[in-house]
Design a protein around this ligand. Structure first.
Ligand SMILES: [Fe+2]
Length: 364
């Protein structure tokens, strides 16, 4: 660590730990080699603080980011069964755009692919073009703190009932007719053959049902919490903040209020109106995504609000700078995206799937 500087953004914050150049050693080649030589130390730092951000190094190509992350994690993964539309970065094998969702669309805090049986152990982002206007942060939140801050009675209910994540995919991307439809199932599974999709669902412990017009309903009942694989800490570990229809209006409202974009508050009211229409005419279980308790009962709005209050209290807003690379412990730290306008290019890579400890225990 004597070849680099380690510091925090400001006093009292430890998420993330920043690693910066020392004595002018800021080349891409230097930091790529340094990561390879210090991976055990990095692992300890990620375990201690949840995330490590490299800032001030001359990383400006996706391929440099890929090489840097492969020094830490030689086996990256290409499997992505989440909902964000992504594009592979030309010239790389394991680097993708973080999300092709429209810029105004907020992405609430989530553990990457937490609804799956085996989400990636770590996730990595890199900024190739920093946002120039307001917004565009990849917000972080310590879901260990979220677990600790949630009212014990609320926690107890989730402990007993678990959560049910429902996703409905169509064959095509129809976000303009239903804003909860972000992409179609052929894009998720990279095939339009139903047998191949079924095979994948069986292997990955997902209940699936084919619906009319080639629709696919995926239902995952999962524990709401996980024990961290190394520290054993209890972690809030589910997609409620992202996959509940309550988020469409509530998240918009909080974001635009924080940014002082009051004219856009109208958008959140419009979203609330839209939400009511979806509720009445489609029903939450038939929307693109929904989360309820594991027994199929609805999670009350007050509980949703409480979880979101606790999440927002612990969220960290960190402005991207070109060349930033961040390594995140995906079994503890969630990420999200604030809306933005103008140019911004954030890319992502992730490690191999890691079976959730709760399922590991069940299978043993
Ligand atoms: Fe994500």
């Amino acid at each position: 660590m004597d070849q680099v500087v380690c510091e925090f953004r400001e006093e009292g914050t430890t998420l993330p730990l920043f690693i910066k150049p020392k004595n002018g050693q800021d080349s891409a080649e230097f930091i790529i080699q340094w990561i390879g030589e210090n991976k055990e130390l990095l692992r300890q730092k990620i375990l201690e603080y949840g995330a490590v951000m490299f800032r001030g190094f001359k990383i400006d190509k996706g391929v440099e980011f890929e090489r840097a992350m492969q020094q830490f994690e030689p086996e990256l993964s290409k499997d992505y069964h989440g909902t964000s539309p992504r594009k592979q970065l030309p010239g790389t094998e394991y680097v993708f755009t973080a999300s092709e969702l429209p810029r105004f669309f907020p992405i609430p805090q989530h553990i990457e692919m937490s609804f799956l049986a085996a989400p990636p152990r770590n996730i990595f982002f890199c900024c190739l073009d920093e946002p120039v206007g307001p917004g565009g942060e990849t917000t972080l939140c310590d879901f260990k703190k979220v677990y600790e801050d949630i009212d014990p009675a609320v926690r107890q209910k989730f402990e007993e009932k678990e959560v049910m994540i429902v996703r409905n995919y169509r064959k095509g991307w129809t976000v303009f007719t239903d804003p909860t439809q972000l992409k179609g199932w052929p894009e998720i599974y990279d095939t339009d053959k139903k047998e191949e999709v079924e095979e994948h669902c069986r292997k990955s412990f997902q209940d699936f049902t084919w619906m009319k017009n080639d629709g696919l309903k995926l239902v995952n009942q999962r524990a709401a919490f996980e024990n961290h694989p190394e520290t054993g800490d209890r972690i809030w570990f589910n997609h409620l903040q992202t996959f509940h229809w309550y988020m469409i209006s509530d998240e918009f409202y909080r974001i635009y209020k924080r940014m002082g974009l009051f004219k856009y508050l109208l958008l959140s009211w419009f979203a609330w109106f839209l939400k009511m229409i979806l509720f009445i005419f489609i029903g939450p279980m038939n929307c693109g995504f929904h989360t309820c308790y594991g027994d199929g009962t609805e999670i009350p709005d007050a509980v949703n609000k409480h979880v979101r209050d606790v999440t927002w209290k612990n969220m960290v807003f960190n402005r991207w700078k070109k060349g930033d690379m961040i390594m995140i412990d995906n079994y503890r730290i969630s990420h999200g995206r604030q809306p933005y306008s103008g140019k911004r290019l954030i890319v992502v890579s992730w490690s191999k799937p890691y079976l959730r400890p709760s399922l590991r225990e069940k299978n043993e």
